[in-house]
Design a binder for this molecule. Structure first.
Ligand SMILES: [Zn+2]
Length: 197
């Protein structure tokens, strides 16, 4: 019987970089720089993380501890482990210049396979700091807040289109004309609203 390691592999573990490299490579998400596509099963599926950790000689218990840590730090699926937990290693504290935030969009294809599209957005420092506080308080990720904000904007845009002929008075939480244009302001508002909720 071989000896398995009881130590979970987390950021700052000496083999954390090796884990991230393997999870990002062909035995994991297989990130393709040229096309910004990769493989992930979405949801809370961390099959690649589990497999790589097992290949690295961790015990079942150590693997479970590692995966629980990933979930607590925004790594619900394999690609989020790379984006959210892996990124935490290099960015560290909540101070410093504005960080780009990766938006991973799960696109479901044949056999439940998910392909993700990656978009990088830049968010003003104070806004991102506020979003991080809300995300931490809610046990979710900044990315999830941004996606929720975007969904809200898109929903409202659809409603706005439906009721275009109505004389809507603007202000408060009412519909605003900039919905038709991108609407990052609405995303920001949505995040602030979430903060006050
Ligand atoms: Zn994913």
């Amino acid at each position: 019987m071989s000896t398995l390691s009881a130590d979970p592999i987390l950021p700052r573990h000496p083999r954390w970089g090796e884990f991230l490299d393997r999870l990002s490579g062909p035995e994991g998400c297989n990130f393709q720089e040229a096309t910004t596509t990769w493989t992930c099963f979405g949801g809370t599926d961390k099959r690649f993380s589990r497999r790589v950790l097992a290949c690295m000689g961790l015990s079942e218990r150590a693997i479970d501890v590692s995966l629980a840590y990933f979930e607590d730090h925004g790594g619900l699926c394999d690609c989020e482990v790379v984006f959210n937990v892996g990124a935490a290693r290099s960015t560290g504290a909540d101070t410093g210049p504005p960080e780009p935030v990766e938006l991973a969009t799960h696109r479901y294809g044949p056999a439940g396979m998910v392909t993700h599209m990656k978009t990088t957005v830049e968010i003003a420092d104070p806004l991102l700091a506020a979003a991080k506080r809300v995300a931490a308080a809610r046990g979710t990720t900044v990315r999830a807040l941004i996606e929720a904000g975007l969904r809200r904007v898109l929903d409202e845009h659809d409603r706005d289109a439906t009721f275009r002929l109505r004389d809507v008075s603007f202000g408060g939480d009412g519909l605003a004309p900039e919905f038709a244009e991108g609407g990052w302001q609405r995303v920001r508002d949505a995040i602030y609203e979430a903060h006050g909720a």
